[in-house]
Ligand binder design. Structure first.
Ligand SMILES: Nc1ncnc2c1ncn2[C@@H]1O[C@H](COP(=O)(O)OP(=O)(O)OP(=O)(O)O)[C@@H](O)[C@H]1O
Ligand SMILES: [Mg+2]
Length: 84
């Protein structure tokens, strides 16, 4: 079962397309790494998954719930946490 699903996640900052249609399925219990060079968009993706930014396009689902404009404190209560 997928615990975290991303469909077409894209993020634009002005004219810069930092993320372009990210699709992911992460299974419960899976350890999933995101790698890429400086500026690849890793932090931007984590910012979207934790409600810091709302994706320009696409959606993500956590435990089958669609996460549309869910603010950071609600994301945290649902069980998604990050460290800096
Ligand atoms: N708030 C913002 N406003 C404008 N551009 C941004 C913003 N945040 C990130 N960017 C741009 O989006 C792109 C992706 O940046 P991001 O910080 O997500 O990359 P990263 O993979 O985390 O890089 P690093 O390995 O250096 O941490 C870069 O071109 C960056 O300059
Ligand atoms: Mg980063």
């Amino acid at each position: 079962m997928s615990v975290l699903t991303l469909r077409g996640i894209s993020q634009e900052f002005g004219g810069l397309r930092a993320l372009d249609g990210i699709d992911l399925d992460i299974e419960a219990g899976e350890i999933f790494g995101i790698i890429g060079p400086n500026g690849a968009g890793k932090t931007t993706l984590f910012n979207i998954l934790t409600g810091i930014y709302y994706a320009t396009e696409g959606e993500y689902y956590f435990k089958d719930q669609v996460m549309k404009r869910v603010p950071p404190f609600r994301v945290a209560r649902m069980g998604i946490a990050r460290t800096y």
